[in-house]
Design a protein around this ligand. Structure first.
Ligand code: C5P
Length: 264
């Protein structure tokens, strides 16, 4: 009987959120995003062990109390230069504990709102498919291709397009082979590496609220989702109206982002 393990790459620097700490350590209600990303995996009874891959010089992890997760959580200080390299290094570091036919569930440290229902769906549907699978959601907006001048260069058909999320679930042997052969600069998720071997991972319905915190406004959205679900108490924040009254500055609509980097 194959076992299930989880691996969280958490070795990114999070430069896109422009925060002083890597984004997996940004806090909601006093707890780091990494805590919320780990929680559904550590609590799932079918998952044997959760490995978290940290940057080699990570000084943040030990500042938090992880004792609630006990021995089911194991930090590995072997992060790489890219996400794919971090996952690969983590898989190598855990090789004595995981059999080739065991499943590995890989989840972003920056996705704090994974529900237990979506996780369950993945374990059931991807776990019954030899190619494995991933959570994803169908594209619902109209897609525009941008020209260099930030004008529309074309409209792309959205039929059959899905947005990849995590967790993604694959057999250990297949995943490590796929990542060994993949170009880590090109591969931004595990499924892409598996596709490179000629497999067709299964798409399992995810949730739009399983967002990846990439820009600072995502943190506020995640905070609201977690408040509604778990009653996470966030520190009180001054509203824009209050700030305007205090500073006596006019309230202007938020400026649209120009030329920001795209999401995966
Ligand atoms: O930067 P991005 O949002 O794509 O990162 C996705 C996940 O990959 C995050 O959990 C991040 O910490 C992790 N990562 C990593 N090692 C890197 C880059 C990103 O573990 N070198």
């Amino acid at each position: 009987m194959s076992k299930i393990y989880a691996l969280i790459p958490a070795a990114g620097s999070g430069s896109r959120v422009r925060a002083a700490v890597p984004k997996q350590y940004l806090r909601i209600g006093g707890l780091p995003l990494l805590h919320f990303a780990l929680r559904p995996l550590v609590r799932h009874p079918a998952i044997e062990q959760v490995f978290v891959v940290l940057a080699q010089g990570d000084t943040h992890y030990k500042q938090f109390d992880w004792s609630e997760f006990g021995a089911r959580l194991e930090p590995l200080y072997c992060g790489g230069a890219t996400r794919a390299a971090s996952v690969f290094n983590g898989l190598l570091a855990a090789r004595d504990m995981i059999a080739g036919s065991d499943w590995v569930v890989v989840h972003d440290a920056a996705r704090p709102c994974l529900s237990s229902e979506a996780l369950e769906r993945l374990l059931v549907e991807a776990g019954s498919d030899e190619a494995g699978g991933l959570l994803a959601v169908p594209v619902s907006d109209t897609l525009k291709r941008a020209g260099r001048d930030l004008r529309v260069a074309g409209t792309e058909p959205r039929e059959h397009l899905w947005l990849a999320q995590t967790p993604q679930m694959f057999r250990y042997r297949l995943l490590i082979e796929a990542l060994r052969k993949a170009d880590p600069e090109v591969v931004t998720d595990e499924a892409c590496a598996i596709e490179g071997l000629g497999f067709k991972p299964r798409l399992v319905m995810g949730e739009t609220r399983n967002l990846k915190v990439t820009f600072s406004e995502d943190l506020r959205v995640a905070e609201r989702i977690l408040q509604g679900r778990d009653g996470v108490v966030a520190p009180a924040r001054e509203s824009r109206t209050t700030a305007r009254r205090r500073k006596r500055v006019p309230l202007r609509p938020a400026q649209p982002r120009r030329g920001g980097p795209g999401r995966r």
